[in-house]
Design a protein around this ligand. Sequence first.
Ligand code: PL3
Ligand code: FE2
Ligand code: FE2
Length: 238
Amino acid sequence: MATVASPLAATPDGVSLPDFASETYKDAYSRINAIVIEGEQEAHDNYIAIGTLIPDQAEDLARLARMELKHMKGFTACANNLGVTADMPFARDFFAPLRNNFQQALSEGKVVTCLLIQAILIEAFAISAYHIYIPVADPFARKITEGVVKDEYTHLNYGQEWLKANLETIREEFEQANRDNLPLVRTMLEQVAADAAVLQMDKEDLMADFLGSYQDALLEIGFSNREIAKLAAAALVG
Ligand code: PL3
Ligand code: FE2
Ligand code: FE2
């Protein structure tokens, strides 16, 4: 039986992909892509900064930082490939609250807070976003994002291991940092939701994937289920 040819490509499970050349898509992509580029750049800067707080780890952290610059270049290529100009001022504003909290913690020498913000929250946020993006990405960006997401697990793992090794001394600072920053991540998810929807990324899928990664990280660090439930509740009350 003859069928009408669809102008849109299809994912392996037959769901149609967005029209990557449409103005609507490119407009949303100019903000989402900028967020990712800014996030990767700040992640680089944050790992270098954390290295000044734990000098014996500075070399490992510099290695993670270099990976972030590679990610940034990859996502810059994704925008070029689609003919999109990233809206960097928008992205800098988007990260401002989290960046300010990181800078404050850095100036007070608070390693636990810095690691929670960068190596746990931001990495879990990135991993969830990249997971949800991969099936609906253009082929060029999909390949790049698949490579990046593997590295982000290395980064999340780094944070987990350090916090796990210091669990008995970090609880109080960790709880406070979670209370101060988890609500910001929730707000950030809400702020990207409309643009993400244009990219066919669902807000509840993003939220669910993020909470799943965050919960796994907390378990890995060694928090009990009861502690984890309490930490996650901060997203509701914040
Ligand atoms: C640290 O390694 C990375 C920090 C980046 C933060 C990313 C936030 C993601 C926002 C949602 C968009 C995902 C789609 C990707 C499109 C290029
Ligand atoms: Fe990254
Ligand atoms: Fe990372």
